[in-house]
Design a protein around this ligand. Structure first.
Ligand code: SF4
Length: 256
């Protein structure tokens, strides 16, 4: 079973949502394609453009066909992130076997330098998240962890840079430096996550569903979740929630 940063993020947020998406396959690929927004598609196309650019291929035909990608590419040319010297590889894939799982990362770009390696990730969303959010994101943690665990680079020789196509001037990238301490922490977190997942999968095989988010987190996670009706955790309809009281009032007025 393959586990990507998206799987780990879903598991961390809500194991039941992981079950619906990846075990029950309730969202089919076709449905996902249909609901892809314009900005998601442009983000995907920009990644393809960057891949070709970094492989030394001619990208002018793409820019002519999709002029909407031009401002982002011009921003990259005007304000590229700092990049180390070394051998770069776009769409680099790394995987690590872990019991019955294979933990996988697909990197936008990795530069393998002398005694240091740099992971780069292109982001096209309108509002870059705060560094404190990104540093705890499973993508940052898993990508640094996988590179350290599957290469000869020490954790202290690895960094990860997020570059934002729509970032403000002077704040269009963040670089996180990895360390031995963080590497150990992530190792323990992964161990715990995969141990829990193993237990849940055994219970699931016996017909038991994976846990939902606890009641005190319903407002935070369930209101926007596409499965909230299935989980019976959709926002109460204001009319239906007061309907029982209206019925009582009506009975009382009839009785008078
Ligand atoms: S509605 Fe809530 S409990 Fe159910 S899958 Fe979504 S986040 Fe999880």
């Amino acid at each position: 079973m393959q586990l990507s940063q998206a799987h780990l993020r879903t598991l961390q947020t809500c194991p039941r949502q992981y079950q619906y998406r990846y075990l029950d396959s309730l969202i089919l690929p076709e449905a996902t394609q249909l609901t892809e927004t314009t900005s998601q598609k442009q983000g995907r196309d920009f990644h393809r453009l960057m891949q070709q650019h970094l492989q030394g291929l001619d990208i002018h035909p793409i820019l002519e066909a999709q002029p909407e990608l031009k401002p982002w590419f011009e921003a990259f040319q005007r304000m590229p992130p700092p990049m180390i010297q070394g051998q770069g590889e776009a769409e680099h894939v790394r995987s690590l076997g872990w019991q019955e799982f294979t933990v996988v990362g697909v990197y936008d770009y990795v530069i393998f330098g002398q005694g240091q390696a740099q992971i780069l990730d292109w982001k096209t969303y309108a509002r870059p998240p705060a560094p404190a959010t990104l540093i705890h994101h499973w993508q940052t943690r898993l990508y640094c962890y996988l590179l350290a665990a599957t290469s000869s680079y020490l954790p202290s020789q690895i960094s990860m840079t997020y570059w934002f196509a729509q970032g403000e001037k002077g704040a269009n990238f963040y670089t996180f430096h990895y360390s031995e301490v963080t590497h150990r922490e992530i190792h323990h977190t992964l161990e715990r996550c995969l141990r829990e997942l193993c237990q849940w999968l055994q219970q699931y095989a016996q017909g038991q569903e994976l846990p939902q988010v606890p009641p005190d987190q319903i407002a935070q996670y369930c209101s926007e979740c596409p499965f909230n009706e299935r989980c019976q955790r959709s926002q109460p309809n204001p009319v239906s929630s007061i309907a029982p009281f209206l019925a009582v009032l009506k009975d009382l007025s009839v009785a008078r």
